[in-house]
Ligand binder design. Structure first.
Ligand SMILES: [Zn+2]
Length: 314
């Protein structure tokens, strides 16, 4: 046992329920994902602004009451993860869309919590490669938990081969283009990705499939290119980011897709259900305008997400 294990409790932490956030959704969608079937739970429906009173971006794929995949880990979403009743030991994989703070800031919080669980199997982590301004996903994880220079090097046993006492994080960089590429499969669950355009930020959109159901998450993107339409083709559920209103210009538009583009992508991909998330101060309160723009292109089900909303995938 390493010195770092000295303070590890022998049993699982008791997690005291904090109560679910009040139901803000205008729809009849409940807060609990239940114990049956496949569902996506929105653990963070906001963007980077704290005054939006929402956790930043994170989604969880449920199967029969178990958390199977996490997509992103924005600030505040670790608390939502705990509130939802999930544990890190249940996860098959973590997928990052990109490494902006509002999509990754709670990652070390999750990892630290997992250290108190009895997880044995490795935890694969996939995300974009780096560039001049962003670390790759591997660098990002090593920047936290690497034994030499990691900010939280006291937890390096979670990452470094040969250090005993913990399961291992397994970070990977995904060099995807505009054609969907299969990234992860464990037999039951598969994940594939395309590169999406989010200004100069290396970014991915993800498609998760299990038991014939498909869930696509746009991540942050301005909607340029064909990759996202290809990835979202016939998706049972498409989660798109509503970060800017119609008419956005300049840097906002270079980073994000306005509602009309969301509607075009949803229609061109023939998605069966559309959920809008990553709601920011500049789009909150403009839901009727947003919906009207989307409705010019897409006529299927549409819901504005709030934290902890659960969307069954049927
Ligand atoms: Zn974002």
């Amino acid at each position: 046992m390493s010195m770092r294990n000295f303070f590890r409790p022998t049993g699982r932490l008791l997690v005291f329920g904090l109560g679910l956030a009040c139901a803000l959704s205008p729809s009849a969608i409940g807060q609990s994902c239940g114990s049956q079937g496949i569902a996506v739970q929105v653990l963070g429906s906001g963007g980077p602004e704290l005054p939006d009173k929402r956790a930043s971006s994170r989604y969880r794929v449920w199967e029969d009451g178990q958390a199977r995949a996490l997509i992103d880990a924005g600030g505040g979403s670790a608390l939502r993860f705990g509130e939802s009743g999930a544990t890190m030991s249940q996860l098959d994989v973590i997928l990052f869309s990109h490494l902006h703070v509002d999509h990754s800031g709670d990652f070390p919080v999750l990892v630290k919590s997992s250290w108190f669980e009895d997880r044995k199997r490795p935890l694969p982590i996939y995300g974009p490669p780096g560039n001049e301004y962003f670390p790759s996903t591997r660098e990002f994880v090593y920047d936290f938990f690497g034994d030499k220079r990691g900010a939280y090097r006291y937890l390096s046993e979670l990452l470094v081969a040969g250090e005993d006492g913990s399961y291992k994080l397994q970070p990977h960089n995904v060099a995807a283009g505009s054609m969907p590429v299969a990234v992860f499969s464990n037999g039951a669950l598969t994940a594939s990705a395309v590169r999406v355009i989010h200004g100069g930020v290396p970014a991915l959109a993800w498609r998760v499939e299990l038991h014939g159901k498909s869930i696509v998450l746009s991540g942050d993107t301005n909607g340029d290119g064909e990759g996202l339409v290809r990835l979202a083709n016939n998706a049972d559920l498409f989660v798109a980011h509503n970060a800017v209103p119609e008419g956005a210009t300049g840097v906002e538009r270079r980073l994000h897709m306005p509602p009309s583009v969301i509607g075009q992508i949803a229609e061109n991909a023939h998605v069966k259900n559309l959920v809008l998330s990553h709601r920011m101060l500049r789009t909150l309160g403009k839901e009727s305008q947003t919906e009207a723009e989307i409705r010019k292109h897409y006529s299927g089900p549409l819901t504005f997400a709030n934290d902890l909303n659960c969307f069954p995938v049927k």
